[in-house]
Design a protein around this ligand. Structure first.
Ligand code: X2X
Length: 342
């Protein structure tokens, strides 16, 4: 090669290098952003995820291309590792349950304190108020940008053995739970035999009868058709509810322009509202269509009166007191005050 040719090649290479090191901002974006979730559409949770993805794609003209990965498949089905994977940047984004993130964010256990939230207004008072702001600040500090809330729902008790109307009815029943040792404590206090497992493992365990019962929102019950795997008894006890949080790994978040961050946040808020509406369909106000649908399948649904519900509250007070300390006395006191004033 002549010296002239060599110089030309070198300058061409320099131009090429310049072109790759100073691209337009959007060109730095990934071809696909992975969004972790546990359940897909038609669950209200998955509907919220799909809406978020769709709105962001539309509003960024495809600059931000997200894809849902349900079944917590990005963490091999172990939904309690979702938050950690997002912090590490293995997962770009997630719409996660407070239950599944609570092993890493202990304050999120607040929504799993037995019988803290009596109704939907109480959930909203927490997520949309000061408690929600404080929780978001904690999550942000841990390396995930929180954008908005959605909802899985009030978790009702189901089992294959017999109607449950009082703590003694739970005695010895093997109940599948997930996420946090708080659930073990709650069900042990009620005399049951709790066993931790992921959602991926829960479905076969219900089918084979390896467990007698489980707790989940009624939208999960109906869409999975749990009545067909022997879950013939449902107790409406509203003992805890799990909100969902839209989150983005900090590293990914910081790579977006402020305009695109705004689009992501606003789209999450909008998708979250849709998700919450879907999660409450047939369950709020005078509308109990979803419960009547379940009854029409021959399932026995127990509606507890105040005294019956109080017996469950009394039986779990010790658990509440223990976890109040773990979560933080100030935060729990603020939540109680917020709910009392709702
Ligand atoms: O595993 C469950 O029970 C589920 C689907 O509700 C959650 O991810 C918390």
């Amino acid at each position: 090669m002549t010296l002239g040719k060599l110089l030309m090649t070198a300058s061409a290479m320099a131009v090429a290098a310049l072109a790759t090191t100073t691209p337009l901002k959007a060109a730095e974006y990934k071809a696909e952003y992975k969004v972790s979730t546990v359940v897909p559409a038609p669950f209200p949770w998955g509907i919220a995820v799909d809406k978020w993805i769709e709105l962001v794609r539309e509003r960024t003209n495809g600059r931000i291309n997200m894809k849902a990965y349900p079944g917590a498949q990005l963490v091999s089905g172990d939904q309690t590792r979702e938050f950690t994977a997002m912090r590490q940047g293995i997962i770009d984004m997630a719409v996660g349950s407070t239950i599944n993130w609570s092993p890493q964010v202990k304050e999120l256990n607040i929504f799993s304190l037995p019988f803290l939230m009596p109704d939907y207004k109480a959930i909203d008072a927490l997520t949309q108020g000061e408690v929600g702001k404080k929780l978001f600040a904690i999550i942000r500090k841990k390396g995930v940008e929180p954008l908005a809330w959605a909802e899985n729902g009030f978790r009702e008790l189901t089992n294959s053995k017999h109607p449950i109307r009082k703590p003694a009815d739970l005695k010895g029943l093997k109940i599948r739970v997930v996420g946090s040792p708080l659930f073990n404590d709650t069900f042990s206090a009620l005399g049951a035999n709790p066993t931790q497992m992921s959602w991926a493992d829960a479905k076969p365990a219900l089918t084979t009868g390896a467990v007698d019962g489980q707790e989940n929102p009624l939208t999960i019950y109906t869409i999975v058709k749990m009545q067909n795997v022997g879950q013939k008894y449902v107790t409406l006890w509203h003992y805890v509810a799990d909100p969902l949080i839209f989150g983005v790994s900090n590293k990914v978040w910081n790579s977006f322009t402020p305009e695109d961050q705004k689009i992501l946040r606003e789209a999450a808020i909008e998708a979250g509202k849709l998700g919450i509406r879907k999660a409450r369909e047939g369950l709020v106000g005078n509308d109990d269509a979803l419960i009547r649908k379940i009854e029409s399948w021959g399932v026995q649904v127990e509606r507890l009166n105040d005294a019956e519900r109080q017996a469950f509250i009394d039986a779990t007070r010790g658990v509440y007191a223990k976890w109040r300390k773990k979560i933080g006395d100030d935060l729990v006191a603020l939540a109680e005050k917020t709910i009392a004033e709702r």
